[in-house]
Design a protein around this ligand. Structure first.
Ligand code: SF4
Length: 324
């Protein structure tokens, strides 16, 4: 199998000619934006209510001076990912699965992102090659997860070559993609993308990341329907975020909309304690109450698992009723 092409062209055009952001005081935000720049794709921009500083989509992307505050327990690598890479850019945390970090680029910069401080070497098709060799030797791995950044920042041609290499590894059974792209830039879900994703012997799974029902407009639902009709299993993960979706109405509306479009509301994550995002944290006691209300309101299949991720555990941890 030839090595994967060097090209990593991002197919996404960014436009940042949006109305002014709240807290747009350059002196307060200068350093914050230097470390983690603003990125708001045009499709997302169009869905923001710019007259409402509390708009749930705006709050996810608008920087605030609170990001500069140092809060105990919040750090740059909250999941200890640097410790679980047998090969740089390959995470092996859980049995049977391995995760490939294809790129550090994203179509959007979510201000709560747990990888916002990632300063590892930029991944490239050359660095993936060592990871693929490792997977080939590790027969316990049955599922490969493409992540990043956002794996759909990589071109379809390169992703097709990568998928072909992975499909040639006999013990792999499933190909999972973690991407926010279907929600933030739905036009990225085109024929070529669907072809490489569904055209191999590996069972295709896409985990989208949607936090609020306003993210699911007609174009997004159309892109997701195309994936589903092509045979892709669709799951959603949501991060519980203060001021964005920390109400029973917001969560119930999101879960029902997902289920109505045959997307499984899979995980509701407690925020990973990443430096700069403490203002998004919802206390665990509140998270648990919200989850209990969801359970009372919705059928069981529409209620996501309430989880947090802690370094060193062999799986995500379910937040139990007695959790502090
Ligand atoms: S799309 Fe995902 S990886 Fe990228 S900034 Fe948002 S949360 Fe982080």
């Amino acid at each position: 199998m030839p090595p994967i092409a060097k090209e990593q062209a991002a197919p996404v055009q960014q436009k940042n000619n949006h109305p002014p952001l709240p807290h747009a005081d350059a002196s307060a935000l200068g350093q914050i934006l230097q470390r983690y720049p603003l990125r708001i794709p045009s499709h997302w921009q169009r869905r923001i209510d710019w007259h409402n500083p509390q708009d749930p989509l705006l709050r996810q992307v608008a920087p605030t001076p609170q990001e500069a505050e140092k809060v105990p327990g919040f750090c740059s690598d909250p999941l200890g990912e640097e410790q679980v890479q047998p090969i740089p850019g390959l995470l092996h945390k859980y049995a049977g699965r391995a995760l490939l970090l294809l790129t550090h680029s994203c179509p959007i910069h979510c201000r709560y992102c747990f990888r916002r401080h990632s300063n590892e070497a930029k991944p490239s098709p050359q660095s993936w090659q060592a990871a693929i060799d490792w997977i080939r030797q590790e027969s316990s791995v049955r599922e490969i997860i493409l992540s990043g950044g956002d794996p759909l920042m990589v071109s379809d041609r390169v992703l097709r070559e990568l998928t072909e290499q992975l499909a040639a590894i006999p013990h792999l059974q499933r190909l999972r993609l973690h991407s926010r792209m279907p929600v933030v830039t739905p036009k990225r879900i085109g024929n070529q993308m669907i072809q490489w994703l569904t055209g191999s012997r590996l069972a295709p799974i896409v985990v989208i990341h949607c936090n609020h029902v306003h993210e699911l407009d007609a174009a997004v639902l159309h892109a997701l329907r195309r994936l589903r009709q092509a045979g892709v299993l669709l799951l959603n993960q949501t991060v519980l975020l203060k001021g964005v979706n920390d109400s029973i109405e917001a969560l119930a509306q999101l879960c029902e909309m997902l289920i109505n479009h045959q997307i499984v509301p899979y995980y509701l994550h407690q925020l990973d304690p990443v430096a700069g995002a403490a203002h998004f944290q919802v206390p665990t006691v509140v998270a648990r109450q919200l989850w209990l209300q969801l359970q009372r309101r919705l059928p069981g299949y529409a209620v996501p698992r309430l989880v947090w991720e802690q370094p060193g555990y062999p799986s995500k941890r379910l937040i139990e009723l007695g959790e502090p």
